[in-house]
Ligand binder design. Sequence first.
Ligand code: SF4
Ligand code: SF4
Ligand code: FES
Length: 573
Amino acid sequence: MLFTIQVNNKKIKAEKGETILSALNRNGIIIPTLCRMKEFTPTGACRMCVVEVEGHDRLITACSHPVVEWMKIKTHSPRVITARKTIVELLLSNHPDDCLYCDKNLNCELQRLSEELNIRERRIRAKKIKPRLDQSSPAIVRELSKCILCGRCVRVCEEVITSTSLDFINRGGATHIGPAMDRDFNFSSCIHCGQCVLVCPTGALHEKHNISEVQEYLNNPEIVKVIQYSPLVTTGIAEELGIKYNKDFDKVLNSILRKIGFDKVFITGTGTDICISEIADELKTKIEEKERKPLYISACPAWVKYAEQFIPSILPQLSTVKSPQQVVGALIKTLVAEQAGVKPEKIYSVSATPCMAMKFEARRDGMMRKGISDVDSVMTVRELARLIRLYGIDVTNIEPEPADDPMAGRSSGAALAETSGGIAEAITRTLFFKITGKEVDRQQFKKLRAGGSFREATISGDDMELKVAVVDGLIGLEKLRAAQASGNQYDLIEVMACSGGCINGAGLPFSTIKDEKKSRAKSIYQADDTDAIGLPCKSPVLINLYEKLIKENKDISDKKIFHTHFEKRNVLL
Ligand code: SF4
Ligand code: SF4
Ligand code: FES
């Protein structure tokens, strides 16, 4: 039901049940917010969104207060602006003054609010918070002195990721955010998804940087420098560098990376095709053996760590296939090393990815052989963009070049794998083709491509039927459990920790991820519809690898390098 409210002496329409903030935003009136996150219930904690409402002595928080008919609101009165300004001034009073080299410089919400509220001096001075840098996690750095206690990280970790690895510690002036018992991050149950980094308004949480290490190796003439990048990296880099993305940019990125000093440039998508094909084979075996238990896909490293910590009972059903990054890493240190005539320890292997948990994954015990890691360093898209800028390359004036053989191409199924439901779809399509020799009707995947944290579909064709479930963000696990408890059985289950999949990965440009999940998924689906190579088994690159290069190399012909093992993980906190 619509009714009238008065805002700044003008009548606007509001809807029964909505908050003041929502009515204002719909009518084009912008109010600053800090603790609020879209799609979360408001807490009213920061008071940044206060407005004056006639009849109320105190200022009202617009994000948590519902509209009432004929309410009279002032959104930018002197009293309101002073209150908002004071909140920001108090936050700045003990904040470290290192904006110039802060991770969030130019992307910081506190910086933006200071600018918007015209704060030009440090009017309130308080004792600076003692710097505390927690670098113990393989993926995420915590800088406690930059934390403004908005609580967003705590909420996303608990309500979306369901890992509950962060919380408020102590009370009053001693309040801060941290893992249980105030231990370092590496002792916690954190699965390194990085979703807390995405929502943190300041530089209090950010990825662990690998740029200096990569630079060091780039300057070492004794070492062969190799990089792989996943499909979403090109669009992310184009955006970070302010270039309009088109398909040619994939090849431009290859040239850029070679100019920086990488000797070989591979695409992670080839590894995704291997991953899809290997999992389809695992599933085929299960079906032939009439195994009733489902096969869980293991491509998301944050999900894998979650399963090891919280649901170890499903580990026997978790596919043993490594993630695409690790598959390519393994090929680099075996096949590529042999082709180049260098020892694996003389290769420095870098991966650029939208996923933060892959920094952790590359350090796993099962991801190295004879003490040599398959992937030596993992960089987010933001880090790679910084590295490119550092080398002063004119990216607008560069000739496109192909990636290097033997990992220079992929199917559209590999790109599909970066959206939630995509890898399950690609595996199912591949399996049907492997068994029936025909492509399954793609319309049947519509349900798997829809929204919501849990989706299911029955795919059929040629006397064959496959029940597939997709958990889109770990919050969807609850619905999966309920469906299984009610008797639903599945053959294949995909779980991705971040909602939307890698298109919402914490390593993508901050500007990209805000409201772009849907359009990003849409363009991946469109590309899949038009791409000539929709199935991994039709990719000439994969055929060459499987039919020739891997087969002929006695060290890897058993394809064991594509598999690993997962174990119950005891977490202290
Ligand atoms: S990285 Fe993910 S699991 Fe770890 S604290 Fe952040 S949100 Fe929680
Ligand atoms: S770490 Fe960031 S998101 Fe978490 S409470 Fe502090 S400022 Fe907010
Ligand atoms: S945004 Fe409304 S109280 Fe924080």
